[in-house]
Write a protein of this length. Structure first.
Length: 143
């Protein structure tokens, strides 16, 4: 059950990457893409690319937000640079709607260089689309 929720949050974070024009290079719980390697000693959920700019994506739960080492983890991931060009790598952080204020406070406590490299997103579940129970019984256009 917990694994299914984590998979859904990663899928919703991938949609945020797509909205910003990023293509997913590797992701967790993917069918065709490989899982991303650890960055330092930390696990990441998504690595994406837009032109020559890279981005890292992580999802945080309530337990992870209450971890005392979370500021160090966010600071480390937000200050990453590409190997040869030394371009800064953006950090996309997805948190559940109920935890968004806590995450915003944590990001505001970080140093300014790391803070401007973090994009914080609310992850909210989409309602499942249902089929209409009563279809219109109008004229048949084609037989």
């Amino acid at each position: 059950m917990l694994d299914l929720m984590k998979r859904n949050t990663v899928d919703l974070l991938v949609e945020q990457f797509w909205k910003h024009g990023y293509l997913t290079v590797s992701r967790k719980f993917g069918t065709y893409l490989p899982e991303p390697a650890k960055v330092g000693q930390f696990d990441v959920d998504i690595i994406a690319k837009h032109n020559n700019n890279y981005a890292i994506g992580i999802t945080l739960s309530l337990e992870e937000l209450n971890d005392p080492q979370i500021i160090n983890r966010l600071n480390f991931l937000a200050t990453r640079q590409t190997r040869y060009t030394n371009k800064r790598v953006l950090l996309f952080v997805g948190v559940h709607v109920s935890c968004f204020k806590n995450a915003k406070v944590l990001v505001d406590m970080m140093n300014p260089d790391a803070r401007k490299n973090i994009r914080l997103f609310q992850i909210n579940e989409k309602p499942v689309a249902t089929v209409r129970k009563s279809r219109e019984k109008g004229k048949v256009l084609f037989s």
